[in-house]
Design a protein around this ligand. Structure first.
Ligand SMILES: [Mg+2]
Length: 401
């Protein structure tokens, strides 16, 4: 499972004039207290990219001050400042000692909304780069990409005679470390490296059609302030864990005991692609009882993510409640803890951690206490009792769309 995302934030936002004279453009706010880059990072974090590297340049110390060593939704943030601008290729070369075998690269001043897990699903020797492509009606201002059977066969430079609709480079790349072999100094990945990969037949494209915004122009920055707050606010599919995601073997926590319930992978993927957050809320009294630790539950959840990732699906966040009145571990032995379902504490935490559209959210659980917790949190609760789980999820997603 690919866990590294490299976000390019080194650019000098000259097109934005005074606004970015002394501020890198990804640090501009799209809503009160929320920077554009916060939104980009949040999106990678929720897709399970745990290692996020910000490649900074212009005013890099401001990026460092804001993000260095922070943990955002489970992602650890590192900041690397290049001493002088070397283009996107040179920036990657500068960061080479930090790069994994495979990583995703994106720009810090644009948002392209699609299923990043599906995009990063099956790296192989068949390609060195995979680009996320988007169809637009007006390719003249972007330049177009020719795609044949998932392989990119040409890049057509921007020019007024380009007719749409056509595919454009959406600015999000899945790259193998092998790309570094083609870089020996300052260069542009897009202008210098990708054409070489076309010649070598080692560049793929995958088409997505989600929300797309480049905030690098004055009117599109204003557009980002109008649109991003609404885009961030998504409905949530809350899932109970044992008996809904995995077969409940009674205090399940060993990775070897993970068996998915039929339909859950496709159901989660459908929710991912319908623009829902997917958040697990699970009672884990076994922690209070001393049968396993919270760390064990984290390992089990990482295993769930790994397995889902093979199918291009993911869970945005897990909330576990380790408390129970009959525990053996004193710190977790608490009666009627606000997080323990049927209490709604875990859902309420999720509401404060994520911009959730509560009204259109729902929960699927296999016990009455799940449904009660949902109702107490003000969301619809749906009881799963062995019906087709994939359909159950999809029907309810459709109801919201
Ligand atoms: Mg259950």
């Amino acid at each position: 499972m690919i866990k590294q995302a490299i976000i390019l934030v080194g650019g000098k936002g000259t097109r934005l004039g005074d606004l970015t004279k002394a501020t890198p453009k990804p640090l501009l706010e799209v809503e009160k207290g929320v920077k554009f880059l916060d939104v980009v990072i949040e999106n990678f974090a929720r897709f399970g990219f745990k290692d996020i590297i910000l490649l900074a340049g212009f005013c890099g110390e401001q990026i460092e001050e804001t993000y260095k060593d922070k943990n955002i939704h489970g992602a650890q943030i590192r900041v690397i400042i290049e001493p002088e601008p070397q283009g996107t290729g040179g920036a990657l070369l500068y960061a080479r000692e930090y790069l994994d075998d495979w990583f995703v690269v994106a720009n810090g001043d644009s948002i392209f909304d699609f299923n990043l897990r599906d995009f990063a699903k099956d790296p192989s020797d068949d390609f060195t780069a995979r680009l996320a492509l988007r169809q637009v009606p007006d390719p003249a201002r972007y330049g177009a990409v020719k795609l044949e059977n998932n392989k990119i066969t040409a890049f057509l430079e921007k020019n007024p005679s380009l007719q749409g609709p056509a595919l454009i480079n959406g600015g999000v790349y899945l790259l193998s470390r092998n790309v570094l072999k083609l870089i020996d100094g300052p260069c542009s990945i897009e202008a210098n490296i990708f054409p070489k990969l076309v010649e070598m037949g080692e560049i793929e494209g995958q088409e997505f059609n989600g929300y797309f915004l480049d905030m690098g122009l004055p009117d599109s920055y204003a557009q980002s302030q109008r649109e991003i707050p609404a885009w961030r606010k998504k409905p949530c599919l809350f899932l109970d864990r044992d008996g809904v995601i995995n077969i409940d073997k009674g205090y399940t926590y060993k990775s070897d005991d993970l068996v998915f319930i039929d339909g859950i992978e496709n159901g989660i993927k459908a929710a991912n692609e319908a623009g829902y957050y997917v958040i697990v809320v699970t009672n884990q009294a076994g922690v209070a009882r001393g049968l396993y630790t919270l760390k064990d539950t984290d390992i089990f959840h990482a295993k769930i993510q790994e397995k889902l990732a093979l199918n291009g699906a993911h869970i945005d966040a897990f909330y576990s409640c380790p408390f129970h009145k009959d525990g053996n571990i004193p710190e977790y032995t608490i009666d009627n803890h606000p997080d323990r379902k049927p209490n709604p504490g875990m859902l309420l935490k999720a509401f404060s951690d994520w911009p959730i559209d509560k009204e259109n959210s729902f929960l699927i659980g296999d016990k009455d206490h799940d449904i009660t917790a949902a109702e107490r949190a003000g969301v619809r609760g749906i009881l799963f009792n062995g019906q087709n789980l994939e359909n159950l999820i999809i029907e309810n997603l459709n109801e919201n769309s």
